[in-house]
Design a binder for this molecule. Sequence first.
Ligand SMILES: Nc1nc2c(c(=O)[nH]1)N[C@H]1C(S)=C(S)[C@@H](COP(=O)(O)OP(=O)(O)OC[C@H]3O[C@@H](n4cnc5c(=O)[nH]c(N)nc54)[C@H](O)[C@@H]3O)O[C@H]1N2
Ligand SMILES: Nc1nc2c(c(=O)[nH]1)N[C@H]1C(S)=C(S)[C@@H](COP(=O)(O)OP(=O)(O)OC[C@H]3O[C@@H](n4cnc5c(=O)[nH]c(N)nc54)[C@H](O)[C@@H]3O)O[C@H]1N2
Ligand code: SF4
Ligand SMILES: [Mo]
Length: 753
Amino acid sequence: MKFSRRQFIKASAVAAALATAGCGVQQPRKQDEVSGGTQVEAEKWYKAVCRYCGTGCGVMVGVKDGKVVAVKGDKDNEVNKGLLCAKAYYLPQILTAKDRLTKPLIRRNGKFVEATWDEALDLVAEKFREYIDKYGPDSVGFYGSGQAYAEEEYVANKLFKGAIGTNNVEGNPRLCMASAVGGYITTFGLDEPMGAYADFEHADVFFIIGSNMAECHPILFNRVTERKYADPNVKIIYCDPRKQRSMDIADIVVNFKPGTDLALLNAMAQVIVEEDLVDHEFVKKHTKFMQGDVEITFDQFKQFLQEFTPEKAEKICGVPAREIRKIARIFAEPGKNSMSLWTMGINQRVAGVWANNLIHNLHLLTGKICKPGSTPLSLTGQPSACGSVREVGALSHMLPAHRLVKNPKHREEIAKIWGVAPEKISPKPGYHTMEMFRAAVDGRLKALWVMCTNPAQSLPNATYYHQGLEKVFLVVSEAYHPTLTSQFADVVLPAALWVEKEGIYGNTERRTQHVAKAVDPPGEAKPDVWILMEFAKRLGYGHLFPYKSNEDIWNEYLQCTAGTDMELASYEDLKKAHGIQWPVPGQKGQKGTVRRYVAGEDPYVKEGIEFYGKPDGRAIIFARPYKGAAEEPNDEYPFTLTTGRVLEHWHTATMTGKCPTLNRAQPHSFVEINPVDASKLGIKDGDLVKITSRRGQVVLPARIGRQGLPQEGLLFATWFEAEKLTNAVTIDAFDPGSKEPEFKLCAVKIEKV
Ligand SMILES: Nc1nc2c(c(=O)[nH]1)N[C@H]1C(S)=C(S)[C@@H](COP(=O)(O)OP(=O)(O)OC[C@H]3O[C@@H](n4cnc5c(=O)[nH]c(N)nc54)[C@H](O)[C@@H]3O)O[C@H]1N2
Ligand SMILES: Nc1nc2c(c(=O)[nH]1)N[C@H]1C(S)=C(S)[C@@H](COP(=O)(O)OP(=O)(O)OC[C@H]3O[C@@H](n4cnc5c(=O)[nH]c(N)nc54)[C@H](O)[C@@H]3O)O[C@H]1N2
Ligand code: SF4
Ligand SMILES: [Mo]
């Protein structure tokens, strides 16, 4: 059966609507049913979490004869209450794809040959040891993922930082969440949101910016939609330089010029201050104002905002002043609850941290925070960017449970738990992601372990960094071969995938969830934890990794979280519960914490609201000046290129590309062009278009006048197809604070080929 994209989306929407309309949990769709064959009844069901987005939907995985035959929504999971988006139903197919890697591979004379685990791991250990001895521990590095389990990232972090002695531990959340982390830390002193999905049902206003929720967080989008249906007075403000599917539900669409968010957000604050929509009591009690490192007064802040009157902002962002006033008034209306949601349109920017600060400003000025329905909630992309990387501290400047490598007390605490000498952990932050791959190019980095990510396709300015992947001794742990990254590898290690192993994910709303092992991995594929521990043994660090199970690893990690702001739940409780939100003081019980910083909900607050991440308990309202894109269009490169996602595919499509229905609905990467620009250039829908930047080029089929509509001068390209490297074009400029690159904006020219 041929399934068009329209039918596909309709089917997902209908399925979701049916389930919410009281038809209960959706009937499990069998794997064979999905691919058009006969139905198979599952014999046993296992509790797990969807493999894809940071929404973190609970799933039940049905198994028969050692094979996953069905996936259905977990009705006891608060996140999705039994609902799933379409991608999840096809998950069984990713496990049995033909290109699953089942044996280690070693490159010999330019060709990959099969090897035993001993051969592969001995070789890897020998090479790493050689480089560490010759050039020091900082000549090696680890690049992991917000899609790996927390235990996997914990073991890798400990191995590299605590045993080998280098802080060169990074991961793809740097490309994704780093600016959101920077925003929460600078404004509130601690990472991760105070709010939760439970706020959806209490919000009167949704302010959504730089986020395509319908395609990227479908179940959360469904919750927004439900809220709107339940109460028609609910207002949805949708801000994005490109019109997209999510806007179907919006009351107000704000189509501002790409890269001008800071002006728009400051102008909203200006209106709030000018029209005195400020909650003065809240501001006095719980906030202070800062410009850079200097504390300023409310009046000075007001003065600063004079640069951003709606009239002045209109000139920068192209949004009529009256529209800016209108959305600011709706957001700030006294007595109403406002919830902000944002994703990569805000984070993947050279001013990503500042844009995050400005969203927080709106909530702090109006006191619309720490109450049901009033909260700034950054949507996380990957299933465990929070759980496995932000919390485990698997970035180059961090240690577990929100600790920093620079802090001697933090190093000492962690060294003690890890059983290593405190001097072993270096006080110097390692290379951040872009620097790590640059170091591979210029020879500072000699050996690199890549786990559960596909950087050859997902890094910005990718072709440049391919030289580095070519040069370093590259170990890639992967579920499939070939991928764009595994092609550069010296050794490829076959990894168990998703429910072929157990593990912990942590989603957007501080919810920690256990994924049960349901089936065995194919061939000789192994869980990443096993692979890393075997590697550690061969380097002579086996004694530091005595774990017999994932629970043993978790118990050690729990010691790191004890007494911190992010105490986690016990493995036993996590196995039973359908997700538990931290902090969980004492690590016992399944209650968890829905909202932070507020008495009655957050166990660490005795009275009222307290932003205890800051020494004085006050959150900061920042005066942040305007900053545009790193690369603005000019005569030679007259277009702005932005890049992003579609509903059907997950990133580099190594997984979703194995599902025939998803592939049929969305077979190729494409570039959306505004019809006015297209007609000027004589480009028609379906024509091949060459996109060229200062860094590289890619040829993609044009899409004109279909569902996504970039404004004039803007192009939107997808990057899921390995054969068409969109990231050859994107820019590797990054935010100086978060080091997150600006995937969302660069200057290009286009021509019909
Ligand atoms: N189906 C699917 N879902 C996914 C993923 C996937 O690959 N596929 N990936 C997951 C991951 S890891 C992530 S990070 C999220 C990403 O989720 P989103 O961030 O929602 O998705 P994107 O398509 O990357 O970009 C979102 C929007 O940013 C807008 N944008 C471009 N330039 C600007 C700008 O200057 N300012 C603003 N405000 N907006 C701008 C784009 O027009 C686009 O609509 O999705 C997660 N969910
Ligand atoms: N142009 C452009 N580029 C972008 C972005 C953008 O918006 N525009 N977004 C950025 C963002 S937000 C993100 S999060 C990144 C994502 O980029 P990547 O992380 O590079 O993309 P994925 O395709 O998710 O790669 C995950 C890989 O892990 C493998 N895998 C799956 N499960 C396992 C496992 O259990 N173990 C192991 N060892 N391997 C496994 C998969 O087969 C896949 O190859 O891309 C970034 N790149
Ligand atoms: S919304 Fe995200 S987590 Fe939920 S089913 Fe869809 S892809 Fe999976
Ligand atoms: Mo992401």
